[in-house]
Design a protein around this ligand. Structure first.
Ligand code: CO
Length: 450
């Protein structure tokens, strides 16, 4: 036997399990298998339907870390029945191995009378209280097809669509901030924390930090194809999902899950500039306008049907950071404006013309290097397109020097603000004061030779 834990929404978890009449030899084997799976998943109880067997069998075992807590020895209970023996109840957070990540506050009686049979069919009768009573009630619920989700109380106003926002950057937070009164943002789904800076400190995304301040729970999956993620999102019953600067391809199974589908806010006038760096591309190409498109998410990157599209004029001085903020603000206003109609199904979406489509590239280290042999115009745009992150740079003394601000004077690129690795930004004048050698800018290979 090599059984596995089954996850919500597997139908077996909703079925009423059958009473055991024959105490056959396979029961002890099944019980040991249940114990193994329960322990592997650090559970305190397990019901047979959770490993795909629809019989009325549960196992319980609790080994506390704290010796002051009461241990519950491994117990197999066949055909268990419980009756509360007190009117007293308490409330506790409960999780369930079949519904990962979900915790629900559940009020239950604190004492129950248990009747059941052991593996040989001998009757068992005992009183249970505290944690033991709670585990028994949870597991017997499983035998009746009841899950912790059924205890969830509606904590949010029902007229606002339950929404999950996907994203990681300031673009995401700007959007959340504007729409959070129009929809009920129940969760943020974001990239996992990454090591950052000199000391490689694990740093959560900007979106997570913002969500924390609002008390909105975050989900940080490594793997979008993990079936547990699907199970979890399904259990949240979102009405709508909004993707804003998430950056990874989202499996169709996930984005088709909400009844109103998934909307994506993309900072360009689609089908122009599909892909990961549309804001940078508009600056690099010296465009006189860009904009924001809201589309329905599709299986291929940025190809979904367009729900709304609004242009934004560029004056040629925008940095990446400024423009990201402006387009996020615009996108958020657009979302707030269209959502009521969208949720009433009153918006006709429009297909994109694939023939008109252009893509954008990932930013490489080499792309950020300022080749001073090239026209000043090109380099000035690079400075703005990559400011402040990842930053355009030149190479001096074999070390990269970030150029955060520059302008063009008589056809020449003039630096205004620079930053050495691990130092604070400083003016170019300040930098020159401390640099008493002739300036010799090296080619890109200079950085590779070190
Ligand atoms: Co459970």
């Amino acid at each position: 036997m090599n059984r596995k834990l089954v996850y919500y929404p597997e139908p077996i978890l909703r079925q009423k399990a059958h009473p055991v009449r024959d105490f056959t030899d396979d029961l002890p084997v099944l019980a040991q298998e249940m114990r193994r799976i329960m322990k592997e998943n650090a559970g305190m109880g397990l019901a047979a339907p959770q490993i795909g067997d629809s019989r009325r069998i549960i196992v319980v075992e609790y080994v506390p870390h704290d010796p002051k807590e009461t241990a519950i020895p491994f117990t197999v209970l066949i055909n268990p029945e419980i009756t509360p023996t007190t009117k007293k109840t308490d409330v506790m957070q409960e999780g369930c191995l079949s519904i990962p990540y979900v915790e629900v506050e559940i009020e239950r009686p604190t004492e129950v009378l248990l009747t059941a049979q052991d593996l040989q069919g001998n009757p068992i009768q005992m009183k249970a209280k505290g944690l033991f009573a709670r585990i028994l009630q949870h597991e017997v619920d499983h035998l009746n097809g009841t899950l912790i989700l059924d205890y969830e109380t509606e904590a949010h106003p029902a007229d606002k669509p339950k929404t999950i926002v996907w994203g990681s950057t300031e673009f995401t937070t700007a959007i959340m901030n504007t729409i959070r009164h129009d929809v009920n943002i129940t969760h943020i789904l974001t990239e996992p924390a990454k090591p950052k800076g000199r000391n490689q400190v694990l740093t959560p995304t900007v979106a997570k930090q913002y969500a924390d301040t609002l008390g909105i729970p975050t989900i940080e999956p490594d793997d979008l194809t993990d079936p547990r993620l699907y199970t979890y999102l399904l259990s949240l019953k979102p009405d709508l999902m909004i993707v804003a600067a998430y950056g990874r391809l989202i499996p169709e199974k996930l984005f088709t899950l909400p009844q109103f589908g998934t909307l994506n806010v993309h900072p360009s006038l689609l089908p122009k500039y599909r892909g990961a760096t549309p804001i940078q591309a508009a600056i690099l190409n010296g465009d006189s306008e860009t904009g924001v498109t809201i589309m329905q998410l599709a299986a291929k990157f940025d190809t979904g049907d367009i729900v709304a599209k609004v242009p934004y004029k560029l004056d040629g001085t925008e940095t990446y950071k400024d423009l990201e903020f402006e387009l996020a603000t615009l996108g958020a206003e657009m979302l707030a404006a269209i959502l009521p109609k969208y949720l009433r199904n009153e918006i006709m979406s429009m297909e994109q013309d694939d023939e008109e489509a252009t893509g954008t590239k990932k930013i490489t280290r080499e792309a950020c290097w300022l080749n001073l042999e090239e026209p000043a115009k090109i380099n000035e745009r690079k400075v703005r397109a990559y400011s402040p992150d990842p930053g355009a740079f030149v190479i001096l003394d074999g070390e990269p020097l970030k150029v955060l601000q520059a302008h063009i004077e008589q056809g020449q690129l003039v630096f205004d603000q620079v930053q050495k690795a691990g130092k604070k930004p400083m003016s170019w004048k300040e930098f020159l004061n401390g640099y008493r050698k002739p300036l010799h800018f090296e080619p890109y290979e200079g950085i590779l030779s070190r």
